[in-house]
Structure formats: structure tokens, C-alpha cells
Design a protein around this ligand. Structure first.
Ligand SMILES: Cc1cc2nc3c(=O)[nH]c(=O)nc-3n(C[C@H](O)[C@H](O)[C@H](O)COP(=O)(O)OP(=O)(O)OC[C@H]3O[C@@H](n4cnc5c(N)ncnc54)[C@H](O)[C@@H]3O)c2cc1C
Length: 313
């Protein structure tokens, strides 16, 4: 016989742990599966300065241990394991863990996050957290008054370049395509082009991020001519997109073309009654720990109401 729970939370980032705190305090006895990255994306960063409640800032991994401890203290059953398959056809939702056991749940909260896409060059991985970042809003502040580089050509890259231009002395934007091949909307392209301290390098790719212990420069290569150019910078931002961790839900849950889960505006409800989504897996706009935590709270409250309405509480 498979295990049956009131509330199953998939994912252990700020969204999942916040949902767990609220669900546990509401008496829903939540079970939370952590996935392969217990603590989520913040465990791969260093200083977090913008999460309220930590006036001196805090290391990302340490903050996520605080989240975990709080969820545990409230009574969440936290387990190491990966959701590998789901079946959301019936009123009781089925989730398979580690390709073995099936768990039945009255409510499921999906908080599996999104992963930043990387260029996958060695120096980018080695200097990740030491000047290399996939989040301008998170880390731009640390490079106030400095020269920074950003790679990407979509709307998000343009937005982040403009955001950085207000903090950094100069923003060097590396774009693979030529001027007529940029993916971003015309409005965003114009905004970038009209910002005096953004320099765009067309037809260029990143050859190497340079620096022993922190970013000191980026070497770019002109794709057309093969010419190499070294630009001294203190930070290197990668803005080439994110991939929501939503593949296993595809058959049942409505998503946009990029795989972000669609929720009913103003709620965490998905198209399947009793299944809710929170955090970066359903948010391609804000992607911050505090917004993920906020939507985790919404998901737990929505799940609690669902259980009451269905007479399952
Ligand atoms: C380098 C970096 C620095 C950042 N700095 C900041 C910052 O300073 N301030 C800020 O506010 N935000 C920052 N962010 C953004 C922030 O980390 C995210 O917005 C936030 O973590 C999203 O939370 P989440 O709970 O939605 O998902 P995530 O934190 O991505 O967590 C997803 C969780 O789901 C689990 N999971 C995935 N698939 C499965 C599965 N199949 N089964 C079980 N579990 C699964 C993973 O193991 C993980 O625990 C940063 C991000 C990065 C990458």
C-alpha cells in the first residue's frame, strides 16, 4: 500500500520551505522532498544582502539552513529524495519518488525552481560566486562603480544590462549575433542602445573569463574576424535564460512555451485542482528569494483552503 499524505511539497528552496512552515503550522503535516539540491539555488551563492531580516547580510547556504530548521521545528517531515514521475489524473495526486515508491497526496505544492543556463566554459564555473553570476538584481550591488560584463541578447539580458548600468561605471554587453539578429524586443534594444554607459560588442562570444580567485577581465572573440579582445571587468553576468524544473509535470500541468507553470493570477492554483505551484518554477519575472518565499506562503494557504473545501482537512 502506498503512503498517503495531506500535503506533499516538492523542492527545498525558499518557496518549498516557506510553504512547509505555513502548512505545518496549519496542521497539514506536510512531507517535503528536497531534490538533488537541498536548500535550492541560494546554496550556490555567497552573500545575500537583500533578504529582509538579515541587516548584516548572510551567506546563502547558511540562510537556507535557517529555513530548513524552521520548517523542521514546525513539524515538517523533510526527506532527501527526488520526485521522478507524477500522475495527476485522479482526485488523489500520485507522486513517485526516486523511481520507486509512490506517494498519494491530497494536495501537492510544486516548488522545484528554475536553473540558470550557463555558457559551460571552465573559467565561468570556477569563478562562479567570485564575480561570475547569473543574477544581476542579486549581485549587481556588489560591483557599484566598477566595470562589468553581461552576456545575452534577450529581453532579460537587456533589462539586466540597464539595471546594471545604474550601478556600474560601464557595462560591456556581449552579443553573439549582429545588430539585426538580436532576440530582444525593439523597445528593449533601444533602451540598451540609448544608455550611454552600455557598450555592445556585436558578433562576439566569450572566449574566457579571466582571474585566479576573482573575475579580473573577460576575453571575447569576434565570430566574424576571429579577433580576440580583453576587457578588464570585476564581474561577469550570464543572462542567457533559465530552465524551469518542470519536465515531469508536463503531461498534466499547463505551462508556457519555456516550461514555466501557469498559475491562476492572484493565486498559486494550477489547472489541476489540489496542485499548486510556487517560486521560480512559475515566475519568470522576479526570481528572487523573497518573492519565492511569498508565493510559497500563498501555496500553503491555497492548499489549506482546498483541503477544507473538499472536506479533507
Ligand atoms: C547565483 C545566484 C545568486 C542569487 N542571489 C540571490 C540573492 O542575493 N537574493 C535573492 O533574493 N535571490 C537570489 N537568487 C535567486 C534565488 O536563489 C531564487 O529566486 C530562489 O532560490 C528561488 O526559490 P525556489 O524555492 O523557487 O527554487 P530553488 O531555490 O531553485 O529551489 C528548487 C528546489 O527544488 C528541488 N527540486 C527540483 N526538482 C525536483 C524534483 N524533481 N524533486 C524534488 N525536488 C526537486 C531542488 O533540489 C531545490 O531544492 C540567486 C540565484 C542564483 C543562481
Amino acid at each position: 500500500m502506498s503512503e498517503k499524505v495531506h500535503c506533499l511539497i516538492i523542492g527545498s528552496g525558499p518557496a518549498g520551505y516557506t510553504a512547509a512552515i505555513y502548512a505545518a503550522r496549519a496542521g497539514m503535516k506536510p512531507v517535503l522532498y528536497q531534490g538533488i539540491q537541498p536548500g535550492g539555488q541560494l546554496t550556490i551563492t555567497t552573500e545575500v544582502e537583500n533578504y529582509p531580516g538579515y541587516p548584516e547580510g548572510i551567506q546563502g547556504p547558511e540562510m537556507m539552513v535557517d529555513f530548513e530548521n524552521q520548517a523542521k521545528k514546525m513539524g515538517t517531515d523533510i526527506r532527501y529524495g527526488l520526485a521522478t514521475k507524477v500522475d495527476f489524473t485522479g482526485p488523489v495526486h500520485k507522486v513517485q519518488v526516486d523511481e520507486k515508491d509512490w506517494i498519494e497526496a491530497d494536495t501537492v505544492i510544486i516548488s522545484t525552481g528554475a536553473s540558470a543556463k550557463w555558457l559551460n566554459i571552465e573559467s565561468e564555473q570556477r569563478l562562479n560566486g567570485y564575480g561570475v553570476s547569473a543574477c544581476a538584481v542579486c549581485d549587481g550591488f556588489f560591483f557599484r562603480g566598477k566595470e562589468v560584463a553581461i552576456v545575452g541578447a534577450g529581453d532579460t539580458a537587456c533589462e539586466e544590462a540597464v539595471y546594471l548600468s545604474k550601478l556600474a561605471s560601464n557595462v560591456h554587453m556581449i552579443v553573439r549575433k549582429g545588430e539585426d539578429g538580436m532576440r530582444a524586443s525593439k523597445v528593449m534594444q533601444d533602451r540598451v542602445k540609448n544608455t550611454p554607459n552600455i557598450t555592445i560588442y556585436w558578433d562576439s562570444e566569450t572566449d574566457e573569463v579571466l582571474g585566479d580567485t576573482k573575475v579580473e577581465a573577460v576575453r571575447i572573440k569576434n565570430i566574424k574576424t576571429g579577433a580576440l579582445q580583453q576587457i578588464p571587468v570585476s564581474a561577469f553576468f550570464v543572462a542567457i535564460g533559465h530552465k524551469p524544473n518542470s519536465d515531469i509535470f508536463k503531461e498534466f500541468i499547463d505551462m508556457d512555451e519555456a516550461g514555466y507553470i501557469k498559475t491562476i493570477p492572484g493565486s498559486s492554483k494550477t489547472n489541476v485542482p489540489g496542485v499548486f505551484a510556487a517560486g521560480d518554477v512559475q515566475d519568470k519575472i522576479y526570481r528572487q528569494a523573497v518573492t519565492a518565499a511569498g508565493s510559497g506562503c500563498m501555496a500553503a494557504l491555497d492548499a489549506e483552503r482546498y483541503l477544507t473545501e473538499q472536506g479533507l482537512a
